[in-house]
Design a protein around this ligand. Structure first.
Ligand SMILES: Nc1nc2c(ncn2[C@@H]2O[C@H](COP(=O)(O)OP(=O)(O)OP(=O)(O)O)[C@@H](O)[C@H]2O)c(=O)[nH]1
Ligand SMILES: [Mg+2]
Length: 344
């Protein structure tokens, strides 16, 4: 990847081919400027910091909706439906598709594009995927920075889809104001398997594929879970909504549940707690970029990472010793400038 500086900084990248400045175009809702801004942000480094600094402090009252759940439950189809309906109401809707497993699933992001086709053609919807940067990290940071960018330029709601069942998914759901956990019949007891953490963060439970056999049993089961959760958190009884995302059936009910959760949040100080969790996640991601991703990136560009990986694979040295080498040889470079995530 070329050095961001060579391309003339964030302004030049945003403004390419336009008469207004890139920043003005971005704030005016120019989609090309927004796409360029997201690329600047994704690349990290000094340009990204400058852009995010300029955007910081702008009014940000967007609702962040997390959509999470097991693979294949219909999250993307559902997000497509939600986005198109919100956009039809005149809102500008952002979709961030987080796919931490894409090196293994290959076509997943492309598949999502197809499923999100209607949304991607809608002028009120902007879709961006935060695919993994391989083993060098940065997904969480890119996701959080994308959300900041979208909210600063007036997108609302911002819908974040996360794939899979795991701790990271729970983490991303925690930064959403409203977290929708999508289940479907025929996937086993996925939500049960997700441990208590998911019920803790679920604002709405959605049983998708309600057209398939087993949906009624799944609904019953989810309602029991919601009742159990309500015993511990009586101020919000998690609504359980049945949907058929592929036909749009039940999606209005889901939107009603999302709206009432937003009202509920407004009546409590939960939003401040969520914002604090998001701020902590951002600090962690920034620290990882500085202390982990940047040294690894430098080691990779110096050709050193491959040597170290080979040595660890051959059991010549331990992973811990390899990490110590990366730290010794490549971390210090970050400190004099007080930053460390520039990418060459
Ligand atoms: N029968 C039925 N099929 C559905 C429904 N919703 C989605 N599907 C299908 O289920 C499959 C998976 O849908 P996706 O929207 O890609 O599911 P996902 O949860 O985003 O999948 P990953 O992102 O890969 O985890 C697709 O073939 C959809 O067409 C539904 O309500 N009923
Ligand atoms: Mg998907």
């Amino acid at each position: 990847m070329a050095d961001a500086g060579e391309r003339g900084g964030p302004e030049a990248r945003l403004a390419r081919g336009r008469e207004t400045t890139g920043y003005e175009a971005l704030l005016a809702g120019d989609r090309a400027a927004l796409g360029a801004a997201l690329s600047v942000v994704e690349d990290g480094g000094e340009d990204s910091h400058r852009l995010l600094d300029r955007l910081r402090g702008r009014d940000a009252s967007a609702q962040i909706i997390g959509v999470t759940g097991p693979p294949g439950s219909g999250k993307s189809t559902l997000v497509n439906e939600l986005a198109v309906r919100y956009a039809d109401q005149g809102r500008r809707v952002a979709i961030v598709a987080v796919d931490p497993t894409s090196p293994y699933t290959g076509g997943a992001v492309l598949g999502d594009r197809v499923r999100m086709n209607r949304a991607s053609r809608h002028p009120g919807v902007f879709i961006r995927s935060a695919a993994t940067r391989g083993l060098l990290g940065g997904v969480a940071r890119a996701t959080l920075d994308f959300v900041r960018t979208f909210e600063a330029v007036g997108y609302d709601p911002i819908i974040v889809e996360t794939v899979g069942i795991g701790q990271s998914e729970v983490d991303i759901a925690r930064i959403a104001h409203t977290a929708i956990v999508v289940e479907a019949p025929g996937l086993g007891d996925a939500v049960q398997a997700m441990k208590a953490g998911v019920l803790e963060i679920a604002s709405v439970l959605c049983v998708n594929k309600a057209d398939l056999p087993g949906a009624d049993a799944k609904l019953l089961q989810m309602n029991e879970l919601a009742d159990r959760a309500a015993a511990y958190a009586p101020d919000w009884r998690i609504p359980v909504v049945a949907t058929v995302a592929s036909t749009g059936q039940g999606v209005d009910d889901l939107m009603a549940a999302i709206a009432s959760h937003r009202e509920h949040l407004g009546s409590t100080d939960r939003i401040r707690a969520i914002e604090r969790v998001r701020a902590l996640a951002e600090i962690r991601a920034a620290l990882e970029a500085l202390r982990v991703d940047a040294p690894l990136g430098r080691a990779e560009r110096a050709g050193r990472l491959e040597d170290l990986a080979n040595a660890v694979a051959a059991r010549t040295i331990s992973a811990r010793d390899a990490a110590a080498s990366v730290d010794r040889e490549f971390a210090a470079a970050a400190y004099p400038e007080g930053r460390g995530d520039e990418r060459a």
